[in-house]
Structures are given as structure tokens and as C-alpha cells.
Design a protein around this ligand. Structure first.
Ligand SMILES: CNc1nc2c(CCNCC3CCCCC3)c3nc(N)[nH]c(=O)c3cc2[nH]1
Ligand SMILES: [Zn+2]
Length: 369
């Protein structure tokens, strides 16, 4: 049974310590959730993810709907069994991916018509179809089907889009077949307009959900704009329910989001930059491809105790990346996820000790932010 337990509110900021209880285990918040787009966190085994103590990972309705498809997912007994992951899973509803992965699409009140980015076949996704697929996938936390308005959308478009997303949220809740096993989160929209954000919160809390996501951000707006919208939106959300900031983020955005009362985060950055040869370390970003590391036989991050930093050198990692070896992507992915999960553990400890702002200052100073 899904339950959010508020453990402690930070004395000096909006940060809070919490636990989310699900059928597949407990999630300590604030939490970073590694992204698994096609039933895998790229190059990580379930054992790797357990070893780095990942509490929860993300799946994606859009990708799984296109491949392997609902029928296979059904026959596999759901995503947990299919990918051999017995801890919590959260799925996004597919709305964002339909808009971000396809330019051929048509949005109506009913839903969205789009062409598959894989083979160009035509598809139709609606609130009901998204919920049906998410019920089949069986994730512990699922998302309403929403429209993420573009960052530069004008007031009128953003207002209409947010109002439709609210109507779609009601349709999602009505279509949800397994509310006791899968917690459905509403997604706050309203673009960069504080009054539309407040309207979205009002509409969604009236329908009532066990948790709320903040969507429509990290879509190209400035960090200051994102923080301004968070300042205006988070305080309006119920304190006794989790808040999930979608698609965020880099280490600075994670800390700034926690300070503003966000509990859950997901971001593809950690795994994406790893595949491009960049590591996140306690001294800031290390682009291992750089010639400076050619004869650097020291660990990637001297302060990290992950198996990559304990067993391999920067020179070796640079060699792997230069040769475009799969192991290079795998080792950097493991370290970047480990680093981010450890950062969130330090953040949780700092909230416990009422020293979050001091931690943020010292971390930013060392990281070079
Ligand atoms: C990167 N910035 C950003 N992401 C957003 C996302 C996606 C969050 N990440 C989901 C994972 C992506 C990879 C596959 C697994 C799921 C958003 N999603 C929804 N539904 N609505 C948004 O407004 C919404 C807004 C977002 N902004
Ligand atoms: Zn490491």
C-alpha cells in the first residue's frame, strides 16, 4: 500500500526528509531515480543497481508501448519480472516522449496521434490508453497523461494546455484499474506563469492524488526561471504528499530543488554524459577524453569508493573512451549514478543534521559551481 511518511522538515529551508512506502520497498527521500528507458538503465544490471543502492528506477510507457509492446509486457507478468528488478519502479505516462520524440503528431481533446520514431507507423495515445499500458507494466508509481507545453508557449496556449491536462488527469484517475497497487501522480503544468501554476495545483488537488509531479520545466528555460516557478508552485502542494520534479537534474539543480521542497528527481544527464566520456566527480566534471589524463594513473574521483574509482585509473578510462569501447561507457555510467546517489545520501544526512545550506556551499565550492 502506497504511503508517504514525512520524517523531518529542515529548519532553515523548504527541504524535508521522508519515506515512500510501496509494495516493492521503501524509498528514502529526497531521492534521485536512475532512468531506464527501454527496460534497462543503459549498461547497468539489476545487481549493479542494487550494489549502488538505487531504491527506484524509471521506465517509460511510450518506449515500452512501441517495443516490446503491451502483449509481451502482459505475458512477461509486468516490467519487474521482465527486467528482473524487484524494487520500486516509476513510469512516465508517455505524453512528454510523444511530443519530444516525434514532430509528426496531432493533439486533440481525445488524445495524441503520432508516428513511431522507430518505423513511422501511426499510433494514438490517450489518457485511457496510457493508464492501461501503465497498469500492464505494473510500476509502483505511475503518471497522468499530460501535455508538456513548450517553454516559449504564450499565456493563452499555456492556459488552454494546462486546462486540458487537468481534464486528462480526471480521465486518468477514472481509468486507473489498480489504485491500491499503483500510486497515480497528477502532473502540475502552467508553463512559466505563476497564476497558471496555482490554477493547475488547485485543479489537481481537487481531483486528489497520492503524489504530485511538477512538469513543464527543464525544457530549455533558464535555471532562475525554473527556481522562480518552483518557489511559486511547491508551497501550494500538500505537505503530506511527495513532490516529483520531472527531468531534473544536474547537481546544482538537484540541491536547489531539494532546498525548495522537492522529494523526487529523474534525469538522463548522468547516464548520457557518461556515454560521451564525461564523469561527475567531487572536484567537478572530468572529461576523461582530454589529453591531460593520458598518463594520469590516479582514480577518477579520489573521494569516491565505487568499484570503478577503486580499481581503474583515469588513463585507462581515457583509453577506453578513445577506443569507443563499451566498457568505457559502462564504467563511467556506474560511477556517475553512484556519485549522484551518494550525493543524495549526503543531502539526506545534512537535512537530518540541519546543515543543508552549509553542505550546499561546501559542495558547490569544491565542484566549481
Ligand atoms: C529533461 N526535462 C524534462 N523531462 C521531462 C519529462 C520526462 C521526465 N523523465 C522521464 C523519463 C525519460 C526517459 C525515459 C524514462 C522516463 C516530463 N514528463 C511528463 N510526463 N511531463 C512533463 O511535463 C515532463 C517535463 C520534463 N522536462
Ligand atoms: Zn566512483
Amino acid at each position: 500500500m502506497f504511503r508517504y511518511e514525512l520524517i523531518k522538515e529542515d529548519k532553515h529551508t523548504g527541504a524535508r526528509l521522508g519515506k515512500i512506502h510501496t509494495n516493492h520497498g521503501v524509498i528514502n527521500t529526497p531521492i534521485f531515480m536512475p532512468v531506464g528507458t527501454q527496460a534497462t538503465v543503459k549498461s547497468m544490471t539489476s545487481e549493479d543497481l542494487k550494489e549502488m543502492d538505487a531504491n527506484i528506477i524509471l521506465g517509460n510507457t511510450y518506449h515500452l508501448y512501441l517495443r516490446p509492446g503491451q502483449e509481451i509486457m502482459e505475458k512477461a507478468g509486468g516490467l519487474h519480472k521482465f527486467m528482473n528488478w524487484d524494487r520500486p519502479i516509476l513510469t512516465d505516462s508517455g505524453g512528454f516522449q510523444v511530443f519530444s520524440l516525434n514532430d509528426l503528431r496531432k493533439i486533440t481533446e481525445e488524445g495524441v496521434e503520432f508516428c513511431s520514431h522507430l518505423d513511422g507507423s501511426r499510433h494514438f495515445m490517450s489518457p485511457e490508453k496510457s493508464i492501461d499500458m501503465q497498469n500492464t507494466i505494473g510500476a509502483d508509481i505511475i503518471m497522468c497523461f499530460d501535455e508538456c507545453a513548450p517553454a516559449d508557449a504564450d499565456y493563452e496556449y499555456t492556459k488552454k494546455s494546462m486546462e486540458m491536462t487537468t481534464r486528462w488527469a480526471k480521465r486518468c484517475k477514472d481509468a486507473h484499474k489498480r489504485p491500491d497497487d499503483q500510486a497515480l501522480f497528477g502532473i502540475v503544468q502552467g508553463g512559466m506563469y505563476e497564476d497558471l501554476r496555482a490554477e493547475s495545483v488547485r485543479g489537481l488537488t481537487e481531483i486528489d492524488f497520492p503524489g504530485y509531479s511538477i512538469g513543464g520545466l527543464s525544457v530549455g528555460e533558464s535555471k532562475d526561471t525554473m527556481y522562480r516557478i518552483l518557489d511559486a508552485t511547491v508551497p501550494l502542494l500538500p505537505k503530506d504528499k511527495p513532490r516529483y520534479l520531472m527531468g531534473v537534474g544536474s547537481v546544482d539543480a538537484l540541491l536547489e530543488g531539494v532546498i525548495r521542497g522537492v522529494d523526487m528527481f529523474d534525469c538522463v544527464l548522468q547516464t548520457r554524459i557518461a556515454r560521451n566520456g564525461t564523469a561527475m566527480t567531487s572536484q567537478g566534471k572530468v572529461v576523461v577524453r582530454n589529453a591531460t589524463y593520458k598518463e594520469d594513473f590516479t582514480p577518477l574521483d579520489p573521494e569516491c569508493d565505487c568499484f570503478v574509482c577503486r580499481n581503474y585509473t583515469r588513463a585507462y578510462l581515457r583509453h577506453l573512451v578513445k577506443c569507443n569501447e563499451i566498457l568505457g561507457a559502462r564504467l563511467l555510467t556506474y560511477h556517475n549514478l553512484y556519485f549522484t546517489l551518494k550525493l543524495m545520501e549526503k543531502v539526506r544526512n545534512a537535512i537530518m543534521e540541519d546543515s543543508l545550506l552549509a553542505f550546499k556551499e561546501s559542495f558547490f565550492q569544491k565542484y566549481g559551481i
